[in-house]
Ligand binder design. Structure first.
Ligand code: ADP
Ligand code: MG
Length: 251
């Protein structure tokens, strides 16, 4: 091996940039064939390192988010869901709402794409360098109850705040008792104006009082959630039933 090549490999390892060590020869051949300048060659080598580093960082963050499945904005069929504002959702996909610690609330009947969009926005945020965590509302409450029983509630809430996007799916599927409602309220309050929430619910805000067993707790919670939020109300029938529906004219 030439001295220069082994030097490059040594420097790539020292910089913890292994992809440079892998790519420099191939790109060197390409550079000679295409007559790139030295600067163009250097830019190509560095950009390979950066883009692959970003892709693997995003993949790690997506894995760490514990999404229930991989859903993307590209897979979302806006023709089936005309009540979803394409432009707003595309804008949310840029993740500026995360840097502004704003929230997104997706409301609508079952099967209208709430979880799909929540995950897709979470995936976008992970691609934009943000830490994301997914769980159902009952899942979050169970984690908080566990922390509370170990006397570690405050530490748990602080730890969760370091995660830029917390997805709370299915608020309202199961009503909360008073302790659960109280813990959930603390989760919302601790993130207010600090870090984003993406929430989904099949119930309109007017019915949240029933879920939390107390209209005052519900309205204090809704107040904090919607103060800086985009609320997206999805309508229509379940996408899950789409393939079971008869084609018009054949029924
Ligand atoms: P919800 O959370 O509102 O009950 P989901 O987001 O889980 O509904 O959607 C149910 C299934 O249908 C998922 O597999 C989802 O990917 C798919 N789906 C729902 N709406 C759409 C859509 N507009 N385009 C593509 N897939 C959709
Ligand atoms: Mg869902």
């Amino acid at each position: 091996m030439s001295t220069t090549a082994s030097q490059i490999e040594y420097y790539a390892r020292a910089l913890r940039a292994p992809r440079i060590g892998d790519a420099f020869r191939r790109l060197g051949d390409q550079a000679r064939d295409a007559g790139w300048s030295h600067e163009e060659y250097l830019a190509a080598v560095l950009s390979r390192e950066v883009s692959e580093r970003e892709a693997s960082g995003a993949a790690l963050r997506i894995k760490a988010a514990r999404f229930p499945g991989h859903k993307t904005l590209e897979d979302f069929n806006f023709d089936h869901q005309p009540s979803a504002d394409r432009n707003l959702i595309a804008h949310l996909g840029t993740s500026t709402f995360v840097t502004e610690a704003k929230n997104v609330v997706l409301l609508g009947p079952p099967g209208t794409g709430k979880t799909h969009l929540a995950v897709a926005l979470g995936v976008q945020a992970a691609k934009h360098d943000h830490r994301v965590l997914f769980d159902t509302a009952t899942g979050w409450v169970a984690r908080l109850q566990d922390a509370h029983s170990r006397g570690k509630l405050a530490a748990e809430l602080t730890r969760r705040r370091r995660c830029s996007v917390l997805i709370c799916d299915e608020v309202g599927y199961i009503p909360f008792d008073q302790d659960a409602a109280n813990l959930f309220f603390q989760l919302i309050a601790s993130r207010y104006e600090h870090a984003s929430l993406i929430m989904t619910s099949n119930l309109s805000f007017g019915l949240w009082g029933d879920v939390f067993g107390d209209p005052t707790v519900a309205s204090a919670m809704i107040d904090r959630i919607v103060h800086h939020a985009d609320v997206i109300s999805l309508k229509g029938t379940s996408y899950r039933l789409k393939s079971h529906q008869p084609t018009p004219g054949t029924a």
